[in-house]
Design a protein around this ligand. Structure first.
Ligand code: RIB
Length: 280
């Protein structure tokens, strides 16, 4: 069982020709709403790739909560530790997507910020995945209760307690996040995965690069959720004992598939699709 400690958002998406620059208004976009949030996306991605998954999270007691949770529920993610908080709104992400599939995201965290270290008290956690869209103190409290593998996706980049990083078996970052954390990412015995967008990803261990992988060529529609898919797929593979090279290839292939469909959670691939693409 993997326990994800992370965010749930409702994604409000405008897909248009170009992304706005600062101070610019672009019009003509198509509107869509999808369940999202880096924690929820990674929980559902891991579930669709075959893992048993529980999500520790918080939503508001409002109209958006069920819409944000519906694909997790349908997908069989255990939501018994996901709570509804009175007086908070469900997290919302405002997402602009261009015709090249690139995005800009503004997150309004709402209830995600109210997920408290006390919310993991008394829980037994085997393997854990966490994202920084919930308080780092809550991730640390969960990590202290975890006996197995701990994967942290350090997104969005922000200062975190060194004691949290010390507990990680795997840190997942993109290039911007890698530059933000620098040498603090690396420690003896720890995996560090750096995703490089369309160029694939690198996997490091003990401060040295051990392997890299390029994704298959795909037609990119929307990159939202690709990083979450990569993170979840790599974690699931490493927990399943796959060799690092194989795990990284699996993760970049899963991430590429997530780019071929619109939205975060609607685009998350299933294990059979990833295996089929890997077979070519
Ligand atoms: O990683 C993509 C996710 O980031 C979106 O689903 C959005 O909710 C933001 O959290």
């Amino acid at each position: 069982m993997i326990t994800v400690v992370g965010s749930v958002n409702l994604d409000i998406v405008g897909t248009g020709k170009t992304l706005p620059k600062a101070g610019e208004t672009v019009t003509g976009a198509r509107l869509a709403r999808h369940p999202g949030g880096k924690g929820a996306n990674q929980a559902l991605a891991a579930r669709r790739l075959g893992a048993e998954v529980r999500l520790i999270a918080a939503v508001g007691n409002d109209d958006m909560a069920e819409e944000a949770l519906k694909l997790l529920r349908a997908g069989g993610v255990d939501l018994s530790a996901t709570q509804y908080i009175n007086g908070e709104t469900t997290g919302v992400a405002l997402i602009a997507v261009s015709e090249e599939g690139e995005n800009q995201i503004v997150v309004c965290p709402g209830a995600n910020e109210a997920l408290d270290p006390g919310d993991v008290e008394g829980m037994d956690i085997k393997h854990m995945m966490g994202v920084l869209e919930v308080p780092a103190a809550t991730l640390l409290a969960a990590a202290e209760r975890t006996t197995g593998f701990i994967a942290l996706n350090l997104a969005p980049a922000m200062p975190v307690p060194p004691t949290l990083l010390e507990r990680a078996s795997l840190l997942v970052v993109n290039e911007t996040e890698a530059a933000f954390y620098g040498d603090a990412l690396h420690a003896p015995g720890r995996y560090v995965a750096i995703s490089l967008g369309g160029a694939g990803a690198e996997l490091w261990k003990d401060g040295a690069k051990i392997t890299s992988a390029r994704p298959p060529e795909v037609h990119v529609i929307d990159t939202t959720g690709a990083g979450d898919t990569f993170s979840a797929a790599l974690t699931v593979s490493l927990i399943n004992g796959k060799p690092p090279e194989e795990a990284l290839r699996y993760a970049v292939t899963a991430g590429a598939l997530a780019c071929t469909r619109p939205g975060a959670q609607p685009s998350l691939p299933r294990r059979a699709e990833v295996e089929a693409l890997l077979r070519g």
